[in-house]
Design a protein around this ligand. Structure first.
Ligand SMILES: Nc1ncnc2c1ncn2[C@@H]1O[C@H](COP(=O)(O)OP(=O)(O)OP(=O)(O)O)[C@@H](O)[C@H]1O
Ligand SMILES: [Mg+2]
Length: 260
């Protein structure tokens, strides 16, 4: 099952992705495989998961490009070489007794465009779908992945927003574009993050109106969580968050509702 986490910059996509991995391991996938994919060129999913990576898909692509330029590429079959290398850089992780695999997409060197890397992401997701019960993809902010159709095969597209106008506007754009490019309406859900439980009644009402107006079914509200803010301050991996964290409890509910 391919679960894609998308939304405006800074709304909490990486936090939701990391806690989903933790939660899937806790609730669903004790003996099944989970793959976490960092599809954001700014790459910080690894930090949230408490792992260090040394090589990304972007690096593989760069090596292939250099070898092809020099005429030293070792095989006739580029695809086979690529598959082998992706297998090599897939990190097998065990963090806080949570087992999962991890792939970082990285970014192209210099001024090169992201198209080639996005094509590679599409291929990787296609090839991995049979090997893993759950694949969680932390996307780059905004519409890029959707417009390049790298994530339009999602079984679940979770659009994250905070309570800002801009967050909701981006959510609406993502929803419209995703559906235009073939994602079924029933697969798209909204998670409102950093919800301030101390909002007065009128502010709560305004949030409610924004949720209704944006036309994406709300799956659950994730409260602002001081524990997450403290972890962030200390640079601690979010995967180590306590079982009774408010945000983690909300993610648990999302996991129970969305994932079989
Ligand atoms: N529920 C929450 N409570 C408190 N802080 C939060 C919560 N969710 C996210 N944050 C904090 O908000 C900041 C942005 O979160 P995060 O990095 O997950 O967003 P993002 O959407 O992945 O951002 P980017 O678009 O830059 O990748 C981080 O400092 C994170 O710790
Ligand atoms: Mg992020």
């Amino acid at each position: 099952m391919l679960v894609v986490i998308t939304g405006k910059g800074g709304v909490g996509k990486t936090m939701v992705s990391a806690l989903l991995v933790k939660c899937i391991a806790e609730l669903k996938a004790k003996d099944e495989n989970i793959l976490a994919v960092d599809a954001d060129p700014a790459s910080n999913f690894a930090n949230a998961l408490g792992i260090k990576t040394t090589c990304s898909v972007g690096d593989i692509r760069e090596d292939i490009r250099k070898m092809l330029n020099k005429g030293t590429f070792p095989l006739t079959d580029k695809e086979m070489y690529f598959d082998g290398k992706v297998f090599e850089i897939t990190a097998e992780c065990n963090i806080c007794s949570i087992n999962f695999d991890f792939i970082e997409m990285g970014r192209p060197e210099g001024y090169e465009c992201y198209c080639a890397l996005n094509d590679m992401l599409k291929k990787i997701l296609k090839r991995m779908e049979n090997a893993y019960k759950f694949i969680v993809v932390d996307c780059e902010a905004g519409l890029e992945h959707i417009s390049r159709r790298t994530t339009t095969k999602a079984d679940i597209m979770l659009i994250v927003t905070d309570t800002s106008n801009a967050g909701f506007k981006t959510a609406v754009k993502i929803n419209e574009l995703a559906q235009r490019l073939g994602v079924k309406k029933e697969k798209i859900f909204l998670a409102v993050n950093k919800f301030n439980e101390n909002f007065n009644e009128s502010a709560k009402q305004r949030v409610e109106e924004k949720i209704n107006a944006c036309g994406i079914p709300e799956i659950w509200r994730i409260p602002h969580d001081e524990e997450i803010a403290t972890f962030n301050l200390g640079g601690k991996p979010l995967i180590e968050i306590s079982d009774d964290s408010k945000a983690y409890n909300a993610i648990r509910t999302i996991c129970k509702i969305l994932l079989p």
